[in-house]
Design a protein around this ligand. Structure first.
Ligand code: OSB
Ligand code: MG
Length: 369
């Protein structure tokens, strides 16, 4: 097999409502659709998940597109391959730039599954040897709000059937809002994401424990490993790493050094489906819990996350909400969501079609050298 053609289509999605975290408030979600064409005329799709700004990660949409087109594409163009993992290996001559690599890797896996007349979910189950699921229970991530708005958002998510609700918090004093929320709504599967905004104090562990969380994500900055170990050793609540998990080694080190008990896996942050498959393989030896994180994906990125999260080794409902939770108008058809579960498509590849408007726009894009 050979990849012969590359097209890029920038798409700016408008969020239904601003999404605020300790890092920034997002109103728009720019993504770039990456289309790769093979020697038989098939196309596979990937999505660049970097943000417009470098506040969450160093890469941005502009830098990812630049690296993809000028450095990654020449490494894989017209190279003979029989397995997507070979092309991923060829891209490793370029340092970091995981979002750019992930977009290509996603498109190559989509293309490969299409050529094999399989869904991507079925192909991933086959290559990993892990049982796949046809329906995946999913969670929701609620941005920063005041208490009444948080209560309302949680109630709405409960009605929609989400089986795990994550709430963003900003700073130690914001834990009081969650304690008040817990008084009103004591019984649901709650996690918090502090995006590194907490400070270690002698009372932090009991303050978190009394919230009865399933786990707490990223209390401290990604470099504050000593603090995470200390907090975890004082606290019953499991600690989960998201932002520090930028590659397979980091995930394994975090577990081995007892920094956390759970990892949030984002295929875009790790650099594609290929490194996540490596992590799943390592999980067979070094048992640990993981789940599928989210990055406010557009239609293609969300479908790739779902294919991955369909593997039964993902131990908690992922941040993989329905397309309509974020966007009135996504650029693909929506995944089927009912009773807090997403249905894994069984069409070939990612299993979602671009909406006609975007098919037309993509057709008008030049084929890049
Ligand atoms: O920290 O998990 C995060 C969104 C953008 C960047 C980082 C994060 C998030 C979310 C939302 O929490 C996840 C989602 O629902 O897509
Ligand atoms: Mg997070």
């Amino acid at each position: 097999m050979q990849i012969k053609k590359l097209k890029l289509l920038p798409i700016n999605l408008s969020l239904k409502q601003p999404f605020a975290s300790a890092h920034e408030t997002m109103r728009q979600r720019p993504v770039t659709l990456v289309a790769l064409g093979d020697e038989l005329g098939n196309w596979g799709y990937g999505e660049i998940e970097a943000f417009a700004t470098p506040f969450y990660t160093a890469e941005t949409q502009v830098t990812s597109c630049y690296i993809l087109q000028n450095f990654l594409w020449p490494l894989i163009k017209e190279q003979e391959y029989s397995d997507p993992r070979q092309l991923w290996q060829m891209m490793q001559a370029v340092k970091a730039n995981h979002f750019a690599k992930a977009a290509i890797d996603m498109a190559v896996w989509d293309l490969t599954a299409k050529r094999l007349h399989q869904s991507l979910a079925a192909l991933l189950a086959e290559v990993s040897g892990i049982t796949g699921r046809q329906q995946v229970p999913v969670g929701v991530s609620v941005g920063l709000h005041d208490l009444p708005q948080t209560v309302q958002a949680v109630r709405k998510a409960q009605i929609a059937g989400y089986s795990r609700i994550k709430i963003k918090v900003n700073g130690n004093q914001d834990l009081q809002r969650i304690a008040q929320l817990r008084q009103q709504l004591p019984d649901f599967n709650l996690t918090l994401d502090a995006n590194g905004s907490l400070t270690m104090t002698p009372t932090l562990a009991p303050e978190i424990d009394r919230l009865h969380l399933t786990f707490i994500e990223d209390p401290f900055s990604p470099v504050a490993w000593g603090q995470s170990w200390q907090l975890q050793s004082e606290m019953q609540t499991p600690l989960c790493f998201d932002e520090p998990i930028v590659d397979v080694k980091m995930a394994l080190d975090a577990m081995q050094l007892e920094q956390c008990q759970i990892v949030s896996v984002k295929l875009a942050v790790l650099g594609g489906l290929t490194p996540v498959l490596q992590l799943l393989q390592a999980q067979q030896q070094q048992h640990f819990l993981m789940w599928c994180g989210g990055m406010l994906e557009g239609g293609i990125g969300r479908a790739a996350n779902l294919a991955l999260a369909s593997l039964s080794n993902f131990n908690f409902p992922g941040d993989l909400s329905a397309n309509a939770r974020y966007y009135d108008q996504d650029y693909t058809e929506s995944l089927t969501f009912a009773h807090g579960q997403l249905l894994v498509p069984d069409a070939w590849g990612l299993g979602v079609e671009l909406l006609p408007k975007y098919q037309t726009l993509l057709a008008q894009q030049p084929i890049l050298d």
